[in-house]
Design a protein around this ligand. Structure first.
Ligand SMILES: CC(C)(COP(=O)(O)OP(=O)(O)OC[C@H]1O[C@@H](n2cnc3c(N)ncnc32)[C@H](O)[C@@H]1OP(=O)(O)O)[C@@H](O)C(=O)NCCC(=O)NCCS
Length: 307
């Protein structure tokens, strides 16, 4: 019989083993998920964890766990963030039972936005979709060991840019928000934080690249090292704020620009590239697929109705 209860110190080793098993499976099925796991670090993190963690047991077998970190990132109030190692389950019904308990607690704490990063595989994703979660973002990766031909269309010129180009970065990043405000994304425009963008460009690890046409900047890419997160390889470059001005799209500008950026990244010692895109941004989804990224994770979200 399935029972749900709070984690005790006796459960920690079982949870670590479940997370490790899931990560190994994820790596076997998708080489872009790093299978390496620091068991001691995870054991310590679980032991130190202040957030409540629920455990599912079937008799004396541990068959699942669920926990979340509370974040206040959106105007909607706090959200519960479930990372890939914050959950395991043997069957969809186990996840449903765990979420029933955990969700009840989060909701009574006023946390109505529930977000989960899960492996982008049907068996990992679908039990969540049945619980009314929806896919919001997809993450994908590519190795940098395959050199690519670099050729911007004639009339276009690429260059490395810097904090001196902050006004440009602000203007071009705004174009992404404008594109995503339209359908099919329909995203409420988030106010662009100029100081945050300045801090990113100021960082010596940031790579900022701009493409010009007739003396005007028409495309950009901002890239920086991906923070060490579970499932990502070290020396992974994160691409952010990739955009081409509307009237210059469909000519191969983004493809050639990224080839320049990734050649630069390879020369700096990066092995992989990682991108997150909004699944409803159909141009971005088609572009990243065409560019050869292999999906690794999806970010799911459920907004619970106020009672
Ligand atoms: C996504 C974006 C950067 C692509 O720029 P681009 O210069 O038009 O892309 P390319 O011309 O290099 O396209 C390469 C391939 O991607 C695919 N692609 C690009 N845009 C596409 C679209 N709108 N619909 C379908 N496929 C598309 C195609 O396969 C294309 O190859 P093809 O032209 O031979 O068919 C551009 O549409 C853009 O700036 N969009 C708004 C901002 C944005 O959403 N950025 C991404 C944030 S994650």
């Amino acid at each position: 019989m399935l029972t749900i209860r709070d984690l005790t110190s006796d459960d920690v080793a079982g949870v670590v083993a479940a997370v490790q098993r899931d990560q190994r499976i994820a790596h076997r099925r998708n080489r872009f998920v790093n299978g390496a796991l620091d068991r001691d670090e995870l054991t310590e993190a679980l032991a130190r964890r202040r957030a409540r963690t629920w455990i599912a047991r079937d008799g004396d077998r541990l068959v699942g766990h669920l926990t979340a970190t509370s974040l206040s990132e959106s105007s909607r109030g706090p959200s519960a963030w479930i990372s890939p190692d914050a959950v395991s389950f043997d069957r969809p019904t186990t996840l449903a039972r765990l979420y029933a308990e955990a969700g009840e607690q989060w909701i009574s704490d006023g946390v109505l936005e529930h977000v989960a990063w899960v492996y982008d595989r049907p068996d990992a994703r679908e039990p969540w979709l049945d619980l009314n979660f929806a896919v919001m973002f997809r993450r994908g990766s590519r190795a940098l060991n395959t050199p690519r031909e670099t050729r911007l269309p004639s009339g276009y010129e690429g260059r490395w840019a810097s904090l001196d180009d902050l006004d440009l970065a602000v203007a071009l990043t705004k174009v992404i928000d404008e594109a995503e405000a339209r359908g099919p994304s329909f995203v409420a425009e988030a106010p662009l934080d100029r100081d945050e963008l300045a801090a990113t460009l100021e960082d010596p690890d940031t790579m900022y690249y701009v493409v010009e046409h007739a003396g005007e900047a028409v495309a950009q890419c901002i890239a920086f090292p991906l923070l060490p997160v579970r499932g990502a390889y070290p020396r992974t470059l994160h691409l952010s704020a990739v955009v081409v001005q509307r009237e210059h799209r469909g000519r191969g500008v983004a493809t050639a620009m990224l080839n320049d950026v990734l050649t630069g990244a390879r020369n700096r010692g990066f092995d992989y590239v990682d991108v997150t895109w909004r699944t409803a941004n159909s141009a971005a989804a088609a572009f990243w697929t065409a560019y050869g990224l292999t999906p690794t994770y999806v970010r799911l979200r459920r907004l619970v109705d106020r009672r």
